[in-house]
Ligand binder design. Structure first.
Ligand code: AMP
Length: 506
């Protein structure tokens, strides 16, 4: 089923391995015209709910930053994966992935590997007699491998830089500037959408583990001594799906209870977790039962995080996959940059200097899009289709003349123009049998197809076919825009944001 979807994605213009005519390098993908639209829609929706509704400030910092930034942030030391190299063929592998494959082959449970240090992984590799999966050679000592790409900046190569592995550090080093220039107040919310680069040792699973990808990140800087999220009723009614460290079962727990019971550190974090779960289910369309927050234990957490929940979605064939990292980074980043640069990164509020704490939901767009496609892909005897919500589908609507004769083409073009003029993304097609045209649109997830037939010229009505039910209704030409548009509106945000950062003074 997955290989079917990947073949469709490449054939129909969603994504494919980059630079195929040059043999491609693993972990780099080109996002084609339809995939680009889906990605842009996910980003626009994220922007609507997490930037605009939140009064966040969206910025753009460079992809390349100097080495000192990553020294200060701890990435040079801590952003590593365990590497095992074959003594015979020289190929490199992720030690934990080799062990995972070995456990799977033996039918043993795989849990408990992530977060193990290189010494322990090395011991396990030896104990289990893991060899090179390519040539069967022995493996060398397991070492830490820095995942960032380094770059020489300038013709003389005087400055060493790195391609960023996350957008966070850009926002952290600009926090004071944004706070002051926007005359903001805490909680200050800074957003970034951009590319991140990670030299993954073993990229795999299509778009799930790649070496260059897009992230949408929100950095929320807040005063740890002030609770700024009111006890809104929605936070008592909503059910967060939490899997706590050391547990296997989901606890359905309201965000306010999660704070009261000490599962989540404060209301601000519980609020964003609830909003993100709602975004994944009500907006992106993942079924509620296939979304959960898994708490990471101390050995699994990133070097900067005090509390860390991964928002995971359940997919076939990968099981639970992390799509959003939700990390409470405390004042770690600001403090480290302040120490390394001797700059003060506190703000003055309420008569005192505060070094804000940082909470960050960080979402991978490519991985989320792929999981969404895996979840939405349907096949039956008659057809294949992508059951995407209309607001994340690549096209809003397709328009077809039933045949190319009798003035139908002109009428259908007119209908397309009206729909495009109304802001919809329209696919127009007049070639081939109508059945085949429907199937092609089903395959890429177009929610509605509008067909102009001979009767349309007489009664001013067209046929609108629904992708899910395949039902057809006759709708007046002057109503078709409203008909399609009204079915493509994403839900309203049920949460009221904590005090917006965009309150200007004076
Ligand atoms: P992280 O900071 O590693 O937890 O990553 C944050 C998010 O970025 C993850 O939840 C994924 O959605 C995405 N992500 C991280 N690494 C990769 C990768 N190698 N390929 C694709 N997406 C990734």
């Amino acid at each position: 089923m997955e290989s079917d979807l990947v073949a469709m994605a490449s054939r129909r213009g969603f994504f494919w391995p980059s630079a195929e005519i040059h043999g491609s390098v693993a972990g780099f993908w080109t996002v084609g015209p339809l995939g680009f639209r889906v990605k842009q829609r996910i980003i626009s929706l994220w922007r609507k709910y997490f930037v605009d509704d939140e009064g966040a400030f969206e910025i753009e910092t460079p992809d390349i930053m100097p080495e000192s930034v990553f020294e200060a942030s701890g990435h040079l030391e801590g952003f590593t994966d365990p590497l095992a190299q074959c003594n015979s063929c020289g190929r490199r592998f992720r030690a934990d992935h080799l062990l995972e494959d070995c456990y799977k082959a033996r039918g043993d449970p795989v849990e408990g590997l992530s977060g193990l240090g290189v010494e322990k992984l090395g011991e396990l590799v030896e104990e289990l007699g893991v060899c090179c999966p390519r040539c069967g050679g022995s493996l060398g000592r397991v070492k830490r491998f820095v995942l960032m790409y380094d770059v020489d900046v300038g013709a003389t190569g005087g400055v060493r830089g790195y391609l960023r592995p996350e957008t966070t550090q850009g926002s952290v080093v600009e926090m004071r500037r944004v706070y002051e220039s926007m005359r903001a107040k805490l909680p200050l919310k800074i957003a970034q959408v951009g590319r991140s680069f990670r030299n993954e040792i073993s990229p795999r699973n299509v778009l799930i583990r790649v070496r260059e990808f897009t992230m949408a990140e929100l950095q929320v800087f807040f005063d740890p001594e002030k609770e700024c999220v009111p006890e809104q009723e929605v936070l008592d009614r909503f059910k967060l799906r939490l899997v706590l460290d050391g547990e296997n079962e989901v606890r359905d727990c309201s965000p306010l209870d999660a704070v009261r019971l000490g599962f989540v550190p404060n209301r601000l974090i519980a609020y964003y977790m609830a909003k993100m779960q709602w975004f994944f289910t009500s907006v992106l369309g993942f079924p509620v039962g296939r979304v959960r927050f898994r708490e990471l234990g101390p050995e699994e957490r990133a070097h900067y995080a005090k509390v860390h929940f991964d928002l995971e979605v359940f997919t076939q064939p990968y099981g639970w996959v992390e799509c959003v990292n939700n990390a409470y980074r405390t004042d770690y980043d600001l403090r480290r940059h302040s120490e390394h640069t001797s700059s003060s990164l506190s703000v003055f509020e309420g008569g005192r200097h505060v070094v804000p704490h940082l909470y960050e939901p960080s979402m991978g767009i490519d991985r989320t899009m792929y999981c969404l496609m895996l979840d939405a892909y349907r096949v039956d005897e008659e057809r294949r289709w992508l059951a995407l919500k209309p607001w994340v589908a690549p096209y809003d609507v397709a328009v077809f003349p039933l045949v190319r004769r009798g003035g139908l083409v002109e009428k259908a073009r007119e209908v397309s123009k009206v729909l495009r003029g109304g802001g919809l993304v329209v696919f127009y097609d007049e070639k081939g049998s109508i059945g085949r045209r429907y199937r092609r649109m089903d395959e890429v997830g177009t929610p509605f197809c509008v067909t102009v037939d001979h009767l349309s010229l007489e009664d001013g009505r067209v046929t609108v076919r629904d992708r899910e039910s395949m039902e057809q209704v006759r709708v007046g030409v002057d109503q078709v825009l409203d008909y399609v548009r009204s079915r493509g509106v994403p839900p309203d945000d049920p949460f009221s944001p904590p005090v917006a950062g965009q309150v200007l003074e004076g």
